[in-house]
Design a protein around this ligand. Structure first.
Ligand code: HSE
Length: 439
């Protein structure tokens, strides 16, 4: 066979953790196939790590390991940032872009907080920043939003983008586990971030939501503009009530176009637990899986589903980005820039109208339903469904549980209703308020 004289591209990997080790291993073991696919030599010039002696699975050849990330970046054509966190990742990515390298990152925190700075630097030097692995790991969602759907108008995105919270909620729903049991197993399986608050309080999902919203609506969406609620207030009772009513509780990342009160359109991005109808495709996303449901004006509804974490799965998305970056290096010309052409206003959370399920514990005495109904009516919130369970407690002082599902209402109207319910003598407790989505 004649030797093919490929142009050689130098690849520097920053970070030798689970994903970094898998990326290095796949690049080394599938090198011939990938080189033939791209038409260029793909040489891993080094893997920057903190501790070269640490044990890694899969192992990285010792001669590739270095602790000098800055030196490794110099002279590389493609830099793969898998360190995570803000620093030194930010500085290294900027150094790499300024040196003309294309950069691949899986770093959602870095993109959500310093995306603007990095994308501007990339555009200025004509390099490209790729980040398919930053949201929903193995699932292709960045490229579909940025390229395949670039001609469409996206109306709304509903995403299950955090695998560990999906695992927890799913086990509570399907196995009847308590929150504590589900958390413990999620932790044992390594699903949770080192700081589990990032998962259970919705920070991780909010970072991913900001990235998806920016791409979908051609607008920069700062992570601080994402309304965020985690799953820590969701109880087994909420899950059981949802089940009885034909819903499942999911932590959703939602980005949508809404009418602005000032006229025109704006965007609201939010992360919170929500009731999803059991027949909705997102209800079938079990365990630690992720899915992103896109509602586009012309394409209709699309669902992207798969592994949202895992070393080798995430490495697949990184490898796809390496192939894209290598092809751009061969073709020349600037990379695909991020489009912020729409620059839509970011609206406050209250611009959203949605439906709500409210669970109330009330005194089971005459006139209670009228009092409850009038609290809703006074604030202009229309009731769609109403269910009362058999009363329990002392005969002289029975408590009934009411489950109310509303028509679409504004957040402020719902909050005022809940305040009125809390102040009503008939209401013993507003047990939960959960938004209903996906209809
Ligand atoms: N902690 C994240 C999750 C890992 O649970 O989805 C992937 O970003």
């Amino acid at each position: 066979m004649p030797m093919i004289d490929y142009r050689n591209l130098k690849i520097a990997i920053l970070g030798g953790g689970n994903v970094g080790a898998n990326v290095a291993n796949l690049l080394l073991t599938h090198r011939d196939e990938l080189e033939a696919r791209v038409g260029a030599g793909l040489e891993v010039v080094g893997v920057a790590v903190r501790d070269p002696a640490a044990e890694r699975t899969p192992a990285i050849p010792a001669e590739l390991l270095t602790t000098d990330a800055h030196a490794l970046v110099t002279g590389a054509d493609i830099v793969v940032e898998l360190i995570g966190g803000i620093e030194p990742a930010r500085t290294l990515v900027l150094e790499a872009l300024r040196a003309g390298a294309d950069v691949i990152t899986a770093n959602k925190a870095l993109l959500a907080t310093h995306g603007e700075e990095l994308f501007e630097e990339a555009a200025q030097v004509g390099a490209q920043l790729h980040y398919e692995a930053a949201v929903a790991a193995a699932i292709p969602i960045i490229r579909p939003l940025r390229e395949s759907l670039a001609g469409d108008r996206i109306r709304r995105i509903l995403g299950i983008v955090n695998g560990s919270t999906n695992f927890i909620l799913d086990k509570m729903d399907t196995e009847g586990w308590t929150t504590e049991e589900a958390m413990r197993v999620a932790s044992e399986l390594g699903y949770l971030e080192a700081d589990p608050t990032l998962d259970v309080e919705g920070y991780d999902a909010a970072q991913k939501a900001a990235i998806l919203a920016g791409l979908a609506f051609h607008t920069r969406v700062p992570v601080d503009a994402v309304h965020r609620e985690g799953i820590t207030k969701v109880t087994s009772d909420d899950i059981a009530a949802a089940k009885a009513a034909g819903y499942v509780v999911k932590l959703l990342a939602i980005a949508e176009r809404v009418r602005s009160p000032l006229g025109g359109e704006g965007i609201v991005t939010r992360v919170h637990p929500a009731l999803v109808p059991r027949e909705h495709p997102l209800a079938a996303v079990h365990g630690g899986h992720n899915a992103v449901f896109v509602e586009a004006e012309f394409a209709g509804s699309l669902m992207f589903y798969g592994a949202g974490a895992g070393g080798v799965q995430t490495a697949s998305a990184v490898l796809g980005d390496i192939v894209s970056a290598a092809r751009r290096h061969l073709a020349g010309g600037p990379g695909v820039a991020e489009s912020t052409s729409a620059d839509l206003p970011i609206l406050p959370f209250d611009a959203v109208s949605t439906r709500y399920q409210i669970v109330l514990e009330v005194a089971d005495v005459p006139g209670v339903l009228a009092q409850v109904a009038s609290a809703f009516a006074e604030h202009g919130v229309s009731i769609e469904q109403f269910q009362q369970s058999a009363a329990r407690g002392e005969d002289a002082d029975p408590t009934a549980t009411l489950v109310v599902v509303t028509h679409e209402a504004r957040e402020s109207a719902l909050a005022a209703t809940v305040e009125a319910l809390n102040g009503s003598p008939a209401v013993r407790r507003v047990a939960s308020v959960i938004r209903v989505e996906g209809l």
